[in-house]
Write a protein that binds this ligand. Sequence first.
Ligand code: SAM
Ligand code: SF4
Ligand code: SF4
Length: 378
Amino acid sequence: MSTRTNSSASAPAVRPRVVPAGLPDPAPAQNTSSLPVPTLPLRDTRARPLRDLRISVTDRCNFRCTYCMPREVFDQNHEFLPHAQLLTFEEITQFARVAVAAGVRKLRLTGGEPLLRKNIERLVEMLARLETPEGKPVQVALTTNGTLLRKKAQALRDAGLSRVTVSLDALDPVIFARMSDSTIQVADVLSGIDTAAAVGLAPVKVNMVVRKGVNDSQILPMADYFRHTGHVVRFIEFMDVGNTNGWNLAEVLTGRQILDRIHDRFPLKQLDAAYRGEVAARWGFADGAGEIGIITSVSQPFCGDCTRLRLSPEGRLFLCLFASRGHDIRTLLRSGATDAQVLHQLAGVWSPRDDHYSELRGQATVMPDKIEMSYIGG
Ligand code: SAM
Ligand code: SF4
Ligand code: SF4
């Protein structure tokens, strides 16, 4: 098991690379009429279909969560992507349209903080108009830290957003401030959740990353607070994403340990997965007060069912959250490529996919230079 301990207490002598190298640019768009049409839905070498596309729309954020964007790395000297490098909404929509034709059924906007991207509701509207080959709508979801949700929830709903996940790591204001390293108040996030529910985005999923010794005292208060609300708190094991968050196995409280703590206070019973490949294991309160989720990417990897492709803000495709290299798609999109040409490029990326990092974690083969979560999204 990897136990990198690049301390988050002092600035590293060499700044870690937070935007990864890309693979060489693709060959210029080719005439696809002579190429075989890829078999759809696309499948990778482990027979995993392409079903989910996570779209990171910005690498910027108004929080500095210690486990994601430690301030000593993401400080005033950090160079975020210039706006001109970001994919435009039109480019994102073209890629998403092709991905939907290739098998994707769920689109999730993420970041950085996706609500910081100007006019994000316009992108939601463009994506919500996409249809599957069977003529059904595609789900458009969003993961946010919730700080701008009160202001934006209605516009997002009107634009066609299907569901929202809000990250919240503590109810206690001091612990929340320590986790998010911001001056934003818990009350702002809670009112964002309430507004989202009021405009029709209920039930809201609430993500809590658990860092042992930092916010694990908040597990029971969070479980208790969201009982009877219909919202679903998902407790997430602290992951070794990126190279900057000082991850250490000693700070991981396993899903089993989290469950035991909750079960001792509020008895739980296991629920069936809602669909194949669901990331969170579902547990219901035995007294009918609702349900929670547990995400065990460290202690019980779920790579076998991983159907997720990630698109970075400036147009690179990543096959795994722990990848170190992306496949450039922006060059092709900016060259005025047809959907058929983009589909061929996508097939060339997804079909040879063999990624299963969480099953290999700790082995010598593991990539040392991983992408940052704030760049690629959760
Ligand atoms: N800014 C938005 C937010 O916080 O919801 C979206 C992007 S954030 C990178 C997406 C999700 O990744 C959040 O729920 C966050 O808690 C989770 N995350 C970030 N770093 C993590 C880590 N080291 N381990 C586990 N989850 C992490
Ligand atoms: Fe920002 Fe989300 Fe990362 Fe926190 S987890 S720093 S809110 S991107
Ligand atoms: Fe998917 Fe990579 Fe996570 Fe495995 S480690 S579940 S392949 S993103």
